[in-house]
Write a protein that binds this ligand. Structure first.
Ligand SMILES: [Zn+2]
Length: 325
């Protein structure tokens, strides 16, 4: 039986349904996922039934359409067109409130690299950690490039020239980009050296090439900070140490920058808890570029993961023996 006939029968057998809403009638007729056009047909049939009950002669509005309408969108469209011609409005489906939930990520946090002076094996270590913890998002915590030649530390006169160092760096980035083609990079102080120097020399930004253009990493997103599942990721040279930044801004914070810091610190409030995480780094401290730190505290070589949508921070120490080569 066609829909309008079923509606008619329902209402004639129980006229109290004239007071029922369209969706209620659809439900009564056991129509699942009622479409806008079906609602329109119910509306028209309901009106016709009302008139019939009042004794007004009915001009059947759908009889000129010889085909069955149910199940077929095409036929529904024809009805919609016909109803439009007859002056019926298509009732809109009641809007449903949709709350968009953010996907829960497992984030790999890669420590400072200072390319081309990264620790051999660190890339493989990061790939293994990514797989082991089933990560689906990657954040480089910053200082991807060292720019030793241009840095504010004294430049080693026996070191590489600026051009050679950058070329080597671009070469090394290739492997990282291949391993993690989608990633966010929190811009570190070393990454920003060239920009700062240009700024200090009065060079407008428009003259400067984009990070991705220089490094050949079109899909990487360079940001000052990023929030994933409510956790903040930031390099650390401006935000201060993770612990301080977490307490001050009341948001769980993950940082790099301090190569010797490797900790997770929880803070418990009355209604919620926060964590601060410092992820260490992946540098090769035997390189001349780190001479400024020689004799100081040992660097922490490792990375971090933040699992279960920001619930579980874990620090992963790199086994230096295992990844020696
Ligand atoms: Zn650094």
């Amino acid at each position: 039986m066609r829909l309008e006939e079923r509606v008619r029968e329902l209402i004639l057998s129980n006229p109290s349904h004239l007071k029922s809403g369209l969706e209620r009638i659809a439900k009564k007729l056991k129509i699942k996922n009622v479409s806008g056009n079906q609602l329109m047909i119910i509306k028209a049939a309901k009106k016709a039934a009302r008139q019939e009950l009042k004794g007004i002669e009915i001009v059947p509005i759908f009889s000129s359409v010889p085909i069955q309408f149910e199940e077929s969108n095409d036929v529904e469209a024809k009805f919609a067109e016909l109803a439009k011609r007859l002056g019926y409005e298509t009732p809109k489906k009641r809007p449903t409130l949709k709350i968009r939930k953010e996907k829960k990520y497992n984030v790999l946090v890669i420590g400072d690299l200072h390319l081309p002076f990264e620790r051999p094996g660190y890339l493989q270590f990061c790939i293994d950690t990514y797989k082991k913890h089933k990560c689906n998002r990657v954040v480089f915590i910053g200082d991807i490039i060292d720019s030793h030649y241009s840095s504010f530390h004294a430049t080693d006169p026996d070191g590489l020239g600026g051009g050679a160092e950058l070329e080597l760096c671009i070469e090394r980035v290739k492997d990282w980009y291949e391993a993690f083609p989608q990633a966010e990079i929190c811009i570190g102080n070393h990454d920003a050296i060239i920009m700062r120097k240009a700024f200090d020399s009065g060079v407008p930004k428009i003259w400067i090439k984009d990070f991705n253009d220089v490094l050949g990493t079109p899909n990487w997103k360079w940001v000052t900070d990023t929030y994933i599942n409510g956790i903040r990721y930031v390099h650390g040279h401006k935000s201060s140490k993770a612990r301080t930044a977490t307490r001050r801004d009341m948001v769980s914070t993950v940082t790099g920058h301090f190569h010797t810091d490797f900790y997770i610190d929880y803070m418990f409030g009355k209604t919620r808890s926060l964590f601060a995480m410092a992820v260490g780094c992946g540098i090769d401290d035997s390189q001349y570029a780190f001479a400024y730190a020689a004799g100081g505290k040992k660097n922490a070589i490792g990375c971090g993961v933040v699992l279960d949508g920001g619930e579980t921070p874990i620090l992963v120490r790199m086994d230096l023996e295992r990844y020696k080569n």
